[in-house]
Design a protein around this ligand. Structure first.
Ligand SMILES: CC[C@@H](C(=O)O)C(=O)SCCNC(=O)CCNC(=O)[C@H](O)C(C)(C)COP(=O)(O)OP(=O)(O)OC[C@H]1O[C@@H](n2cnc3c(N)ncnc32)[C@H](O)[C@@H]1OP(=O)(O)O
Length: 321
């Protein structure tokens, strides 16, 4: 019973049938793992009173900018937060577009990696303050926050290794967006700052919950309580940043992206089913209780065991030096 509830949480209630059957030994091995490998669902569903259509319409009333997605042959996609006139702040329509791009990535079965960057050399300055002012009542704020929590949770759960490429500022919701990626690369001069306290707020896009898991409760408290500006050196020190980009390469958009692609390429090298399986077992390991995660790992294992990459490796004399 406990196992089903936890999995239902991850699946957003949509694919529980396959999951439940497998727990009881009734479906073919790996069926649940296959579902996991396509991405594993939202936090809030219609069953929990989430009125997605209504929220989308409300957000669309605040247009501007775009969220651009390029899927590359290499299996690495690049998602660009594009609203440079407002330092890549998220308009309402960009929030809706982000959710649509996440849906597209969930369907991209050949994908292995994702880089999220901001346009014109800066990451993202959070919510568009013009939109924020217009919906500054608790009801609308909660709706926007629910929508963004769903989108960013699905983003983090994608079976892709994801990287936030932080050039310039990642402020407010922009800082929250960086925590919805598996890794953060910071360019020299980059800043991640949860400015929410200065706005009389706390993070609402799931950024606090994720931050605690990345840097621990003590560091998260300091970052939120002091609205600290985290530079690359401090980012590395507290485990928020995974790498500081080379000064010689960074700072000029295309080069920083190239360097991020090279860095990510070390982890995405290999067949897509294997890379996706790796991400999937890590997602279940970091989100689920141990016994449930073990069951999930077994399901995912069943999708790669005896698969083409496994058989090919077995056919050669393996020596891992
Ligand atoms: C729900 C709340 C929370 C969340 O979603 O979690 C938020 O994210 S609230 C938003 C938090 N972000 C901010 O408060 C950022 C405020 N902006 C700044 O601190 C500075 O603009 C900057 C990002 C540090 C850049 O400074 P600078 O390089 O000096 O440029 P400008 O200040 O001149 O900015 C250029 C231009 O961009 C507009 N801008 C910047 N950020 C936003 C924003 N978040 N929303 C709307 N517009 C933004 C800024 O007003 C300038 O416009 P013009 O005045 O028309 O030139």
């Amino acid at each position: 019973m406990v196992l089903s509830a936890a999995r239902q949480h991850l699946l957003g209630g949509i694919r529980l049938g396959a999951c439940g059957q497998h727990l009881l030994g009734g479906s073919r091995p790996g069926a649940w793992g296959q579902n996991l490998l396509r991405g594993i669902g939202s936090v809030y569903t219609a069953a929990k009173g989430f009125q997605e259509k209504e929220i989308r319409e409300k957000l669309q009333a605040f247009p501007g900018g775009s969220i651009d997605l390029v899927k590359q042959e290499s299996g690495i996609a690049v998602l660009t937060v594009n609203n440079p006139a407002r330092m890549n702040a998220f308009s309402g329509s960009m929030m809706v577009e982000l959710e649509e791009r996440v849906s597209q990535l969930e369907e991209w079965t050949e994908g292995k990696g994702l880089i999220i960057q901001g346009a014109a050399g800066t990451f993202c300055s959070g919510s568009d303050l013009n939109a924020v002012r217009a919906i500054s009542n608790p009801q609308d704020g909660m709706k926007m926050c629910t929508f963004m929590q769903n989108a960013l949770t699905r983003l983090l759960r994608l079976p892709l290794l994801s990287v936030a490429l932080v050039e310039g500022n990642a402020l407010g919701g922009g800082a929250e967006l960086t925590t919805a990626c598996d890794f953060r690369l910071m360019a020299p001069g980059g800043v991640i700052q949860f400015v929410h306290k200065h706005m009389g707020l706390v993070p609402g896009w799931g950024g606090a919950a994720r931050l605690v898991r990345i840097v621990g409760g003590q560091n998260a408290l300091k970052m939120l309580g002091g609205a600290l500006k985290i530079d690359p050196e401090m980012g590395l020190q507290i485990g928020l940043a995974d790498r500081v980009l080379e000064g010689s390469l960074a700072g000029s958009g295309a080069n920083a992206l190239l360097e991020a692609e090279q860095w990510l390429g070390c982890y995405t090298a290999g067949p897509a089913p294997v890379i996706r399986a790796i991400k999937s077992v890590v997602v279940s390991g970091r989100e689920l209780p141990l016994e449930v995660a073990l069951g999930t790992e077994r399901d995912v294992f069943g999708t790669v065991w005896g698969g083409p990459a496994n058989l090919q490796a077995l056919a050669t004399k393996a020596k891992h030096k």
